[in-house]
Ligand binder design. Structure first.
Ligand code: PXP
Length: 238
């Protein structure tokens, strides 16, 4: 079965809104594992807008499944990833002004930094994945890069509708097939939700889906009744 890796960045986004302690992304990750997540993914961004360095340390110490750490190619971030103990690394583009990761990595343009980062992450035992758009030239360059996996960027598919969505799904499917032919393993993610995940779970050879925002959003909503009832009970009992 396709593995579900749960991205917990936005639990940390909520905590950072108050720079406090709750909600704790590590406790949330443990609950996600208990509920069936096959792995936990987080993105330590250079601007530290959500996940913090201490979260990565605590996650690695406390979760029982795989930790997949997303990192940019910034040398400081690669050095942190190298020392993190994570079992998997997903290399992503990063731009300070973006709201979320926009577009895939330019594997051709980043050849120099990738040829430094990939062997270092492989040497610490990590499975390295490149987050790319489903473009044949990026897939071919990924196959030559030393990475084991690609993670196909599903954002354009998720944002499209009707015919356009069908076309984006074809691109993903053809991209996955090409990657498999070239010996790459295939993951996918970004923008997947309860309405659009099905076709991506059936992409050729797909091993893992990385999903964050929609799961965190739904969990927040699903917990409303308990949160209100508990607070009312505390007020009533005071
Ligand atoms: N995969 C990668 C490489 C990402 O950067 C992200 C977002 O951080 C995701 C998957 C998850 O995207 P979403 O939060 O939209 O599910």
């Amino acid at each position: 079965m396709v593995r579900l890796h749960v991205n917990i960045d936005h639990v940390a986004t909520l905590r950072q809104a108050r720079r406090g302690l709750e909600p704790d992304p590590v406790a949330w990750a443990l609950a996600a594992e208990a509920a069936g997540a096959d792995g936990i993914t987080c993105h330590l961004r250079k601007d530290r807008r959500h996940i913090q360095d201490a979260d990565v340390v605590q996650l690695r110490a406390r979760i029982g499944t795989l930790l997949n750490l997303e990192s940019s190619l910034d040398p400081e971030m690669v050095a942190i990833a190298e020392a993190s103990g994570a079992e998997a690394f997903c290399l992503v583009p990063e731009n300070r002004k973006e709201v979320t990761t926009e577009g895939g990595l330019d594997v051709l343009g980043e050849r120099a930094r990738l040829s430094d980062a990939i062997p270092r992450l492989v040497a610490v035992g990590g499975a390295v994945s490149l987050f790319i758009d489903p473009e044949p030239e990026q897939i071919r360059a990924s196959a030559d890069s030393g990475a084991t996996f690609i993670e196909l960027h599903t954002g354009s598919y998720a944002n499209a509708s009707g015919e356009q969505r069908a076309a984006e799904l074809r691109r993903l499917s053809e991209g996955a097939s090409l990657a498999l032919e070239l010996g790459l393993r295939v993951n996918a993610g970004h923008g997947l939700n309860y309405e659009n995940v099905g076709p991506c779970a059936k992409l050729p050879g797909i091993e893992e889906l990385n999903i964050g925002h929609s799961i965190v959003s739904r969990a927040t909503f699903g917990g409303v009744a308990e949160a209100i009832a508990t607070m009312r009970a505390l007020i009533a009992g005071a």
